[in-house]
Design a protein around this ligand. Structure first.
Ligand code: DP6
Length: 338
């Protein structure tokens, strides 16, 4: 006897960043964040989950390598999932004593700051929710795996409301606008390095919250930025959208540097990309491209479709690709979990 289910989940790229928690185990953030979900054609995680009475233990393989399942994150995610299926009486009762096998693969570098944990945990939560036949929003289940994962549960532009309740029930993701709202918006990912990052986001944000005084200022400022960003997206005002995206990325990396000991994710190449984007925008007399960086050196560029060709040629001129040019992923911020 065995039940299986295979799902894929997309990556999302934040334009107003999540950095810092108000509750560690529940993965509750200090501020709300906004992202766009990418098309699943380029970057995605694919996960197969299987449940069977003949499995002796819960086991998990990531890109073919067995990983531990006894982490707090995975145990919390599984506990919440099982709890909800009990409440909803969504699956046969004997399943609660059966063990799970999970097999997950990314079609892009893992843990290089390419939001692989977002797609990974979104996919894990989603495929288990399908297997257990859960109903309703499950972004809070994905959130327990990795905060940013909750935003990959929806397509288009997504907000993760920080919520105010202590139990985190209002800390969930919701779609602001569907992918059809701004179809001309494209994303280019410039893979500066596919090496694993040195400080994972979880540890990095802890140091920032404990030691950075700039972070206190950031937390006061983000709510206004969320409003401004929502309105820029609503109006499809690229100039403003780009300004806010770049400023928020810069602020994230500023609070990282203000942490003690300091955390630096960006490299010389990342900074050259920042410089190139500002020079390009200055030449054009308005913002035509926006960069944003997560917890790694890779750049994510937001731009309008008609500018993609010119920007790609500019990038390949200044930064000749060392790998195949498919590494310059282009894609619409579309798609949702399927
Ligand atoms: C810089 O979601 O990876 O990408 O909740 O501790 O797993 P944990 O952190 P994670 O942090 C992502 C941080 C970021 C910004 C963002 O995606 O909003």
């Amino acid at each position: 006897v065995m039940e299986t289910c295979t799902c894929t989940a997309p990556v999302n790229m934040a334009v107003i960043k999540y950095w810092g928690k108000r509750h560690k185990d529940l993965v509750l953030p200090l501020n709300s964040s906004i992202s766009a979900t990418l098309d699943q054609k380029q970057l995605r995680t694919k996960t197969t989950v299987a449940i069977s009475p003949s499995f002796e233990d819960d086991r998990l393989w990531l890109n073919g390598i067995e990983e531990r399942v006894d982490t707090v994150r995975i145990q919390n995610l599984l506990a919440e999932l099982r709890q909800r299926s009990i409440e909803q009486q969504s699956c046969p009762q004997e399943w609660f004593s059966w063990k799970l096998h999970v097999c997950s693969e990314n079609n892009f570098p893992t843990a290089a700051g390419l939001a692989s944990s977002a797609a990974g945990y979104a996919c894990l939560a989603f495929s288990l929710a399908v297997l257990y036949r859960l109903r309703g929003d499950i972004s809070d289940i994905a959130r327990r795996g990795s905060g940013s994962a909750c935003r990959s549960m929806y397509g288009g532009f997504v907000i993760w409301d920080k919520g105010t309740k202590a139990d985190g029930t209002d800390s969930i993701a919701r779609q602001l606008y569907p992918e059809t709202h701004w179809p001309e918006l494209h994303i280019l990912i410039l893979v500066v390095s596919d090496q694993k990052k040195h400080t994972c986001s979880t540890a990095g944000m802890e140091v920032t919250v404990e030691t950075s005084s700039l972070m206190k200022q950031r937390i006061r400022l983000v709510p206004d930025r969320i409003k401004e960003m929502t309105s820029a997206i609503e109006k499809r005002d690229f100039h403003k959208f780009a300004e806010l995206t770049m400023k928020d990325s810069n602020q994230l990396h500023a609070v990282c540097l203000d942490s003690y000991p300091p955390i630096s994710y960006m490299t010389d190449v990342s900074r050259q990309i920042v410089h190139m984007v500002h020079e390009y925008n200055k030449l054009k007399g308005q913002n035509k491209v926006a960069y944003t960086f997560d917890a790694g050196p890779n750049a994510c560029l937001y731009l309008i479709e008609e500018d993609v060709a010119e920007v790609v040629s500019l990038v390949t001129h200044f930064f000749p690709p060392i790998g195949p040019t498919e590494e310059f992923y282009t894609g619409l911020p579309t798609g949702s979990v399927a």
